[in-house]
Design a protein around this ligand. Sequence first.
Ligand code: TYD
Length: 221
Amino acid sequence: MSTTDRGLFITLEGPDGSGKSTQAKLLAERLRREGRQVLETAEPGGTRIGQQIRGILLNSANQELRPTTELLLMFAARAQNVEQWILPALEQGQIVVCDRFTDSSIAYQGAGRGLGTDTVLAIDRIACRGLAPDLTLCIDIDTETGLARAHSRNRSNTEKSESRLDEQSVEFHQKARAAYHELARLEPRRFRLIDGSGTPEAVAEKVWSEVAPVVFARPFQ
Ligand code: TYD
């Protein structure tokens, strides 16, 4: 369904602690200021069912969770989000801004866990039914800086134990970041790397300079 008669599907990606969630919010606000209708969503989560799945995935008590289970749960949450929120919003011509999508599974489960891109894409065909982002902004940050930010956020968030994935080894996170770089090399039109090292406002300007031409090329919905 990648035609001009539906809305635009934009995803944000990036290593843990890259600031992509802040960028997703700033982008959605900017699009609304431009008069566009925007659905903001996030993964894993996004729906009530997805939030429950997120609880299993990120609970640091769930150390025995296997890579394949992790992959299937990521896509279970995604399938619910695609059917419940994303496709209906796109059918109404809205712009959907989604904080993480299948590229996260390629990076973390495909590369980080070593399950491979082909396995991830095989599940994607079932769960997403051909839906793919029109544009992806990947907020890039070096692994150590990102993890330091993620860990300090976890420490100040003691009531939630959503840290199982942040706690993985530096090597795991380096593999995920390398997979993002490979996606940028393979799909340069869709998948854009953004240097995430500046202030949030400076990074938001870089994001907007990638998004604006794509949004303004579409008829106003
Ligand atoms: P997120 O809520 O975006 O947290 P953060 O802001 O710390 O990046 O994502 C939670 C974790 O889930 C994060 O470590 C990335 C991981 N993840 C995957 O491993 N695979 C996926 O498909 C998705 C969507 C997320």
